[in-house]
Design a protein around this ligand. Sequence first.
Ligand SMILES: [Zn+2]
Length: 158
Amino acid sequence: MTASTANQTLVADGVFRLDDDGRPILFGSRCNNCGNHMYPRQSGCPKCMFDGAEDIELAQTGTLWTWTVQAFPPKAPPYLGPVGADFEPYGVGYVELDNQVRVETRLTVGTPEELEIGMEMEIVAQVLGTDDDGNDIVTYAFAPTGDSSNNQENGDAS
Ligand SMILES: [Zn+2]
């Protein structure tokens, strides 16, 4: 169950929400003409140029399409994470959500030995830091499936 936590604030409005288990769900769009999925949300389709799309919520799992390792802190702002001696390299990549769309994302692991194109990934919440009011700043990231073994229900596929 969800433990009560410090107040959380999402890193950006209109991009994702947290489900009852605290897992992010990304907001996307689906073209009303060709069915193309888009992230982030947009009203027009870049694939068929149709002007009309419906808001949907995207899959929470996918496969790693490509990746790299961010070995130095990005420019801050907009980067909100630790810098200087506290910085730790992290992975970034594209995850292809199940039958949907490729999403550029931060990855929870940051060493090449842990990353492999095509591996199964799942979305997780990640706290970047705290804001001026002491709220946790929450963003989304993708983790190798089953890697974060804290509260996984890892039964047989049914
Ligand atoms: Zn379209």
